[in-house]
Design a protein around this ligand. Structure first.
Ligand code: SAM
Ligand code: SF4
Length: 352
């Protein structure tokens, strides 16, 4: 059922892997349990961040390949009801570009037990929509912003929209979607001198900042290990202005290492996917906009649930194939392995 990318997707049956324990949850062979479902709502985007996609954009997924709202709602309900999913994180591409997303959130928030619902967005159009998002059941937002300087924002995203993002965060905060989390990627020679300024901004506004190490997930395959800004460098730059102490809060499956800033209560996070991988505690499963389950951002294989949905499979059959897929999750992403292969799909098509 799981296919390596590049091969045609297969319609799967309900053949359970005999080695998998009779646990209804998404357990894997390394003792992890996935309770956090990351859902890509679309691969399309209205920005063109240099570390994510080329200036001309990508060949977007044909509409008919994308899950319909009804298909998506069915998979989400099944995941919460039958697979033990507790958190739904919606992303993309740019999730705010998906029509009718508030209805998807409303349906998800009516599920029992009620999942925690969050959204990762670039913030374009958020100022207008924050109230409706909060009303539809979204609990929290992550907004991506790598710089506070408009000309740099235009350089990084290839669009001059920084003020929209800043207004979007303020609207989200005012709508009660808090704490607003900011995701920032630092790029050498571009914005790597802004770590402390970004933290100052977050502290002033009551937002939570998290830096993400740049990962080999860009469509252009331009990532170089030797050029990326490491967690160590990020922390060193922050410590030029702030006193950071490692937080003693239990991190659980959270990807961000948290540090208390100047004695607290504010914290800053660093997601060091490359230099300090947290795969051993990973609690994620992923669903692409075209209905493929992925066990990891860096997985090279996918499991086709869309073909099952469209081929008349029952919920029980789909749930079992999803469990089998997760049972086969690898121990780690292997970025440091000599044979590491960047996945065929870029971050924007997987759902970052
Ligand atoms: N478009 C939305 C946004 O930008 O927030 C959601 C999708 S985006 C792929 C999700 C997150 O992935 C963003 O915070 C973005 O900065 C981050 N991201 C994209 N490409 C990345 C890369 N190559 N390495 C690390 N983070 C990346
Ligand atoms: Fe779009 Fe997000 Fe990728 Fe930037 S990081 S191009 S906003 S999907």
């Amino acid at each position: 059922m799981t296919t390596e990318l590049g091969l045609p997707s297969l319609r799967g049956g309900a053949s359970r892997d005999p080695a998998r324990p009779a646990d209804p949850r998404l357990v894997d062979g390394f003792g992890r349990v996935a309770t956090d479902l990351r859902i890509s709502l679309t691969d399309r985007c209205n920005l063109r961040c240099t570390y994510c996609m080329p200036a001309e954009g990508l060949d977007w997924m044909p509409r008919e390949e994308q899950l319909t709202d009804a298909e998506l709602n069915r998979l989400i309900a099944l995941a919460v009801r039958d697979l033990g999913i507790e958190e739904l994180r919606f992303t993309g591409g740019e999730p705010l570009l998906r029509k009718g997303l508030e209805e998807i959130f409303s349906a998800a928030s009516a599920l029992e037990p009620r999942p925690d619902i969050s959204l990762t967005t670039n913030g374009i159009g958020l100022a207008r929509r924050a109230g409706a998002l909060a009303a539809s059941g979204v609990n929290r937002l992550n907004v991506s912003m790598d710089t506070l300087r408009p000309e740099r924002f235009a350089q990084i995203t290839r669009r001059d929209r920084l003020s929209d993002v800043i207004d979007g965060m303020a609207a989200a905060h005012a709508a009660g979607l808090s704490p607003v989390k900011i995701n920032a990627v630092l790029l050498r020679g571009v914005n790597d001198d802004e770590a402390a300024d970004l933290l100052e901004f977050a502290l002033t506004h009551g937002y939570q900042l998290r830096f993400i190490e740049q990962m080999p997930l860009d469509a252009q395959h331009g990532w170089r290990r030797t050029e990326m800004i490491t967690a160590e460098e990020i922390l060193a730059r922050l410590e030029e202005r702030f006193v950071l102490t490692p937080s003693d809060e239990d991190r659980g499956g959270a990807p961000a290492e948290r540090f208390v800033v100047d004695g607290g209560p504010a914290t800053v996070g660093v997601i060091a996917s490359v230099t300090r991988p947290f795969c051993g505690a990973c609690d994620r499963t992923r669903l692409t906009a075209d209905g493929q389950v992925r066990t990891c951002l860096f997985a090279t294989g996918e499991t086709d649930l869309r073909a099952m949905l469209r081929g008349g499979a029952t919920d029980a059959e789909i749930a079992d194939v999803w469990r089998d897929a997760m049972w086969g999750k690898k121990a780690g992403h292997g970025i440091d392995d000599p044979g590491f292969l960047q996945p065929a799909r870029p971050m924007s098509a997987i759902g970052g």
